[in-house]
Design a protein around this ligand. Structure first.
Ligand code: ZN
Length: 462
């Protein structure tokens, strides 16, 4: 059994790991590198393996940093099967078509810039809509939580609910080689416990090897209850000042959780029912619809509420703005609106327009509720930049900036350790999906077995 690393190595994005066993080559995730512009080159670089030689991709979840290079993999020759849960497969369609569309727009913009400057040839997109569609055609069997299945002779997979986003999974692979069975668990992204919509992460009782994420391996989150309180206070303060509240949000999961929390806030009279809430993201609107089809992935009490016809994501003054014109119209509102828009790290999307219109106003508030990679606009604002550049304009940062990390979809150090310590028999733990200093902090706290922090391209014979 050979394990090699091809992304999210001493870094948080671009997840891609390869397992070679029982005569097959299996990728676990094939994500996009995200963050600064320089990473565009890294995404476009050749894979350090031949895509046509890969038999299977087992996909942990539909976040772009885990699935975003799949269309490229197909474009470059992959003809195997992609296996995921049915909720992940449905979200994948949304995420990859959107990603392809963004690549096409970026390429068109770059091409017209080059034409204006008398240069050629125009830049081609990393991949386009037909590539994304071809990739979706590779989706094969749907995995169900905790139902082991033989996906190839001698190879068994079991998907466990990772509690991170809808459909997310940790994947256990058991390989029969001769008369030996070896097992390896890929954590995917591990969820934060006690979240309102999803159940807690689960994992198998034992595995010979574990490949685990370490995003927040060096810190503890505030409790969700404290974070919700902080969220309501931030909203109350900004509305009292007459400002708008911007929430850069990830379209999957976070947007739905915030709708749930806002709903609870109104039901408990903590927030005013008159609050105008804009979900200004076509992808978040579609993801919200997908949520309601997959009750099997939700926390049982939330699923029961929906079955009884009570929509826990409904709000009296919720505006779903799919069309660009409706999004632009929000700019005319100077106060009292909650605007949720992507992207979560402010690297693109409609949030940038809203930031341009609100960031300089001291009565407004920006509430960050998710991870922001270094180099992103979100990170600059969080780190206290006095001015930022948006669409070539210098925008002063005068609004109040809140960072509420208890909403994180990722486990913190304590939860990661609890998750890992629940798995016995592990000979080695491979840390991925974390910044180097974070990994070291987590590594120091792991008590059993060998710990590795692989570098890109590194391979291990297990
Ligand atoms: Zn994720």
């Amino acid at each position: 059994m050979k394990l090699s690393f091809h992304g999210a190595d001493r870094d948080v994005t671009g997840s891609c790991h390869m397992l070679e066993c029982a005569g097959r080559r299996i990728l676990i995730d094939c994500g996009m590198f995200q963050g600064s512009r320089a990473l565009a080159e890294e995404n476009a670089a050749p894979f350090d393996f031949e895509p046509s030689t890969i038999d299977y991709v087992l996909l942990t979840h539909a976040h772009l940093d885990h699935c975003g290079r799949l269309p490229l993999l197909v474009k470059r020759g992959f003809r195997g099967e992609i296996i995921a849960t049915s909720a992940t497969a449905e979200l994948l369609r949304l995420v990859l078509l959107d990603a392809a569309h963004l690549q096409e727009e970026d390429a068109a913009r770059a091409a017209s810039h080059r034409r204006r400057h008398g240069e050629d040839p125009p830049a081609a997109p990393l991949y386009a809509t037909p590539d994304a569609l071809k990739c979706l055609d590779c989706l094969g069997r749907a995995a169900e939580y905790e139902k082991p299945f033989e996906f190839a002779p001698g190879l068994r997979a079991t998907f466990f609910d990772a509690g991170h986003i809808l459909g997310s999974a940790s994947i256990l692979i058991e390989a029969h080689e001769g008369d030996r069975i070896r097992s390896i668990l890929f954590s995917g992204d591990v969820g934060n416990t006690g979240r309102p919509l999803l159940g807690p992460p689960s994992a198998p009782a034992r595995a010979d090897f574990v490949v685990m994420e370490s995003t927040y391996g060096d810190r503890l989150h505030r409790s969700i209850a404290d974070s919700i309180e902080e969220f309501y206070t931030a909203i109350g303060d900004a509305t009292a000042r007459g400002g708008n509240i911007l929430i850069p949000t990830f379209a999957l999961e976070r947007a739905q959780e915030l709708l749930y929390v806002l709903h609870q806030g109104i039901e408990s009279s903590r927030l005013a029912p008159a609050l105008q809430v804009f979900l200004d993201s076509p992808m978040a609107i579609s993801a919200t619809e997908i949520f309601e089809h997959h009750l099997e992935c939700l926390d049982p009490s939330t699923a029961a509420q929906i079955r009884q016809g009570h929509d826990p994501l409904a709000l009296p003054n919720l505006h779903l703005t799919r069309q660009t014109a409706d999004s632009i119209a929000i700019n005319r509102i100077s106060g009292g609106a909650i605007i949720m828009a992507g992207s979560g790290m402010c690297t693109g999307g409609r949030i940038r327009q809203h930031l341009r219109h609100n960031l300089w106003r001291k009565e407004s508030a920006v509430i960050f509720v998710g991870f922001a990679a270094s180099g992103t606009l979100a990170r600059q604002i969080i780190d206290g930049a006095k001015h930022v550049r948006i669409f070539g304009e210098d925008v002063p940062v005068r609004s109040t900036v809140h960072t509420i990390n208890g909403f994180s979809a990722h486990a913190d150090q304590r939860e990661l350790l609890a998750w890992r310590n629940g798995i016995s028999g592990c000979q080695a733990t491979f840390l991925v999906h974390g910044e180097e200093s974070t990994m070291k902090a987590l590594s120091d706290r792991l008590q059993s077995g060998r710990v590795e922090m692989p570098r890109a391209g590194e391979a291990f014979d297990l």
